[in-house]
Design a binder for this molecule. Structure first.
Ligand code: FUB
Ligand code: ZN
Length: 634
């Protein structure tokens, strides 16, 4: 296993144009507007516990479920996002809002430490009776991640203290002991949050509790069966019909297929990878490698979207990747980034970093509009123009997953071991990294993802030897590198997607890295029936799509891209503050002469046209219109 660890978000600063623009939008628009939305939708109000409580905003559905049970998690995720924002720029107003939430949670907390506003307010006698559906531990997980981020960003510990008391309550409630419940949450999340708490405090008990939750999952007798019977329900009446839905269909180490709800799966694998790294647990690591291969080889969209189906918000069969109806929840791609980063800490391999980057630029970033105040929940790869971004959602999970990701994106750029620094992503950062030999200041300057020309200034406190490992993405060919102008052989120095430059570094050293970024045509496995005869366009880490806004004249579904057409990158200062589009000679099917005709023996006429593609993450920012990722190829 590799000895790499993350670099904390507080130690990385974003300087490049691409991420600065997203960050500023999140800081100035997304986070404040999310607070307004949380308030407008009663989610903040629900933290105070009036008796009697107000009527439900979202009545229970036919499974007796309402999204209100996980409102605490939305608050936790907002605190987390806002705290990452505070690490970039302190903001008294945001801090007072978090303090206000802290006051409410403090008042709500029961004497034994329990704090779940849904149960305390509405069903105080029913706590811990439906772990399968009601997200109690999931809520704690998100609040805990928020409390940790707030403490790291500001040094304020009151919120974290409340949550630590709650964690103590959970520790006494759950476990293998005679008077404990042998349960675990139907929606994984608490596990990875507890491991964060372990890393923050160094207290082994948090790691042990996370291990317990992971190891207990899927054991027989099945906790969710027993729990259902205690509620006088037949376990067979579980609406999802199978515990594959929440990945508790078998013990985690026996799982070989990625199944069920996509976000649950990704959060669980993230925690498993964290545990594997800390505990040096090879069996968990091997399980994860099998699951990784399964999802990457047959279940992931080219955009890194996960989970084609709305019914289970998750996975179906291998190669089932419909485009127009793709669910591909934003949260699932965000969570894939978490998992990929953790896999990098088990093995520093470009195969994980390539997916992490792909998910970041395509699956996750698409979820947040340019204005920072509109969102996508599902992320289709084709639209007839009916898909549009929404300002809020009755289930707002994706909104705060987008903001917490962008506000903490710096923490995905680098990892460190005692003797090495690894760059996974590029895009303009400065960072301070501590190694065994001393502290190193780094500055990476680039116009990534538009250009692969990268310059890295390396400035150790005093000269010392360490390895600088630079990711050479799987999508590039013929990359070149130099140190202080002297070429370094990328071919000889690269293993598993990382170029190692080992030397005694001193202040003033400069690495130049050039990653050629030609436009690429990408094809899907023939078993993906929806993409047969079609081609997608990529450049660097970005997947492209064609949108009606750039290709007027009717639905983009009528465009065909000849195989021989050269696809050319074009800098467009006039679009979205400056981007690179892809253009190519193409044809467009015409409907002249088809009036009142549905079928005929002559194909429609085709006229020459130029097709313009723009990065997929930018689609649906200019009003309604059709969109297509996989173009018919002629
Ligand atoms: O259940 C909590 C969150 O809401 C899930 O992660 C999302 O898929 C959405 O269902
Ligand atoms: Zn979501």
């Amino acid at each position: 296993m590799s000895a790499f660890k993350p670099v904390r978000f507080v130690d990385v600063h974003l300087e490049g144009d691409f991420w600065r623009e997203r960050l500023e939008t999140v800081l100035t628009r997304t986070i404040p507007s999310q607070h307004i939305q949380l308030s407008a939708h009663g989610i903040l109000e629900a933290l105070t516990l009036p008796n009697p409580p107000p009527p439900l905003r979202f009545p229970r559905n036919h499974h007796n479920f309402t999204v209100q049970v996980f409102w605490d998690s939305d608050v936790g995720k907002w605190i987390e996002a806002a705290s990452y924002a505070l690490s970039h720029r302190r903001d008294a107003d945001i801090e007072s809002k978090i303090e206000d939430i802290t006051d409410k949670l403090e008042r709500a907390q029961a004497p034994d430490g329990y704090v779940n506003c849904w149960y305390l307010q509405r069903e105080p006698d029913k706590r811990w009776t439906n772990l399968r559906d009601n997200h109690e531990l999931y809520n704690l997980g998100h609040l805990l991640e928020g409390g940790i981020a707030y403490f790291l960003a500001t040094g304020r510990r009151r919120l974290l203290g409340i949550l630590e008391r709650y964690v103590e309550h959970v520790r006494t409630t759950f476990g293998p002991g005679p008077n404990q419940k042998r349960g675990y949450c139907g929606h994984q999340e608490i596990e990875l949050a507890l491991i964060r708490l372990y890393h923050l405090t160094g207290e082994r008990k948090h790691l042990d509790l996370a291990s317990y939750f992971i190891n207990e999952r899927g054991r027989q007798p099945h906790y969710f069966d027993e729990e259902a019977r205690r509620r006088d329900e037949d376990p067979k009446d579980f609406w999802a019909k199978s515990y594959e839905y929440n990945q508790s269909h078998m013990p985690v180490r026996e799982q070989t297929k990625v199944v069920g709800h996509a976000v649950r799966a990704m959060y669980m694998y993230t925690a498993m990878a964290d545990l594997a790294a800390v505990l040096k647990d090879d069996s968990l690591k091997r399980t994860l490698e099998v699951l990784w291969a399964d999802v990457i080889s047959s279940k992931m969209y080219i955009t890194s979207g996960l989970g084609p189906a709305e019914a289970n918000e998750g996975f179906t069969e291998d190669y089932d990747l419909p485009n127009e109806t793709a669910y591909a929840e934003t949260c699932a791609s965000v969570a894939l980034i978490f998992w990929a980063q953790r896999m990098l800490h088990l093995d520093l391999s470009g195969k994980y970093a390539d997916v992490m980057e792909q998910a970041l630029f395509n699956g996750a970033l698409t979820g947040l509009a340019r204005d920072g105040q509109h969102y996508f929940y599902s992320n289709p790869l084709e639209s007839d123009g009916r898909h549009s971004r929404w300002a809020w959602h009755h289930c707002p999970c994706c909104t705060m997953n987008s903001s917490r990701l962008v506000a903490s994106v710096g923490s995905y750029f680098l990892s460190r071991s005692d003797e090495a620094i690894a760059f996974h992503l590029y895009g303009g950062i400065s960072a301070t990294v501590r190694l065994a030999g001393g502290q190193v200041a780094l500055r990476e300057v680039s116009a990534y993802p538009w250009s692969g020309d990268i310059r890295i200034e390396v400035k150790p406190e005093t000269p010392f030897a360490f390895d600088l490992k630079l990711r050479i993405p799987g999508w590039t060919r013929n990359a070149t590198a130099s140190v202080n102008g002297t070429p370094v052989s990328v071919e000889q120095g690269t293993k598993d997607g990382y170029l190692t430059i080992a030397r005694r570094w001193q202040a003033g050293d400069v690495v130049a890295l050039e990653l050629p970024m030609p436009a690429q045509r990408i094809y899907a496995h023939p078993a993906v029936r929806m993409d047969v005869g079609r081609v997608a366009l990529k450049r660097g880490p970005l997947v492209y799509c064609v949108e009606e806004a750039d290709n007027p004249g009717g639905p983009v579904q009528r465009l065909k891209l000849p195989r021989q057409s050269t696809v050319k990158p074009e800098r467009r200062a006039d679009l979205f503050g400056g981007i690179v589009t892809l253009t190519a000679d193409a044809t467009r099917l015409q409907d002249n002469g088809w009036q009142n005709t549905l079928y005929r023996s002559d194909p429609p006429a085709e006229t020459p046209t130029t097709v313009t593609a723009l990065p997929y993450y930018l689609w649906a920012n200019r009003g309604a219109g059709s969109m297509l990722v996989w173009l018919p190829e002629s």
